[in-house]
Design a binder for this molecule. Structure first.
Ligand code: BGC
Length: 257
């Protein structure tokens, strides 16, 4: 039967459930996501990122996550680097052989399903704007994720400017990510105050470049924001992300729609 008007098509039973995978430098996590609720539909599966994190090894692990849930529809996936039209152009915390890789094609072949790929911070940001701390926010919103690297994304009146790589601006002659990403807190044995001061320096530098109306701090560390927020004295109002570690998976699933 031909449906004359698309919106008249009856909805499939689980129409609001999509699958998201968040590919990171330390873990590859996935779950079906309920888009009506903006929440995971079941507990996520996390597998440690294989080392070296080559395209083939990561694709195999990503496909394992999808297969675990016996998922058979389209899949949304993140990648921790610049992604334009499914192709990866940078990979600061993954194997350098990722550059110029058609990630969408590679992941689709590995899963046997259509896969859409977008930058991890962009995915987390889209989820946060839809369901979390960015809900209803207009103006310029900067979202930062502190984890293995520093991810950033920018929204202007709710519209994403993709692939804003502000984690790599130079501060004191070094890539800011190598100073203030949360992995360096442990790696350099920093106290929360010491690391908080680095985050503050970083955010104060970025706010002078993009002049946001609001900064949302995300990434795994956002659930412990009370440990370092007191060190931040940006001119911009600043809040913690609400979706915590699930933002990437939820944002990946949103990219399927
Ligand atoms: C990458 C970004 C990514 C961020 C967080 C950075 O090293 O360049 O694209 O969003 O890490 O994973």
């Amino acid at each position: 039967m031909i449906w004359p008007i698309f919106r008249d098509r009856p909805k499939a039973k689980n129409d609001s459930v999509r699958f998201g995978v968040d590919v990171g430098g330390s873990g590859i996590k996935g779950a079906p996501v309920n888009l009506s609720k903006g929440a995971l539909n079941t507990e996520r599966l996390r597998i440690t990122t294989p080392q070296p994190a080559t395209p083939e090894a990561v694709a195999t692990t990503m496909a394992e996550v999808v297969a675990h849930f016996e998922w058979s529809g389209p899949v949304g996936c993140t990648f921790p680097g610049v992604v334009q039209h499914g192709v990866v152009y940078s990979a600061a915390n993954m194997d350098s052989s990722w550059r110029d890789t058609d990630a969408a094609g590679l992941f689709s072949d590995a899963c046997g399903l259509p896969v859409t790929v977008r930058n991890d911070a962009d995915a987390a940001g889209v989820a946060e704007m839809r369901y979390g701390a960015g809900r209803g926010q207009t103006g310029t919103v900067l979202i930062t994720t502190f984890g293995t690297g520093i991810g950033t994304c920018l929204f202007v009146d709710g519209v994403l400017v993709p692939n804003m790589e502000l984690g790599h601006i130079e501060i004191d002659g070094v890539d800011a990510e190598t100073m203030a990403a949360s992995r360096w807190r442990k790696a350099h044995g920093l106290t929360w105050d010491e690391w908080g001061d680095r985050v503050n320096r970083y955010l104060r530098t970025v706010e002078r470049l993009v002049w946001p109306d609001l900064i949302i701090v995300g990434g795994g560390v956002s659930r412990r924001h009370h440990k370092f927020f007191a060190r931040l004295n940006t001119r911009t109002p600043i809040v913690a992300a609400e979706l915590r570690n699930d933002a990437g998976i939820i944002g990946a699933a949103l990219s399927v729609v």
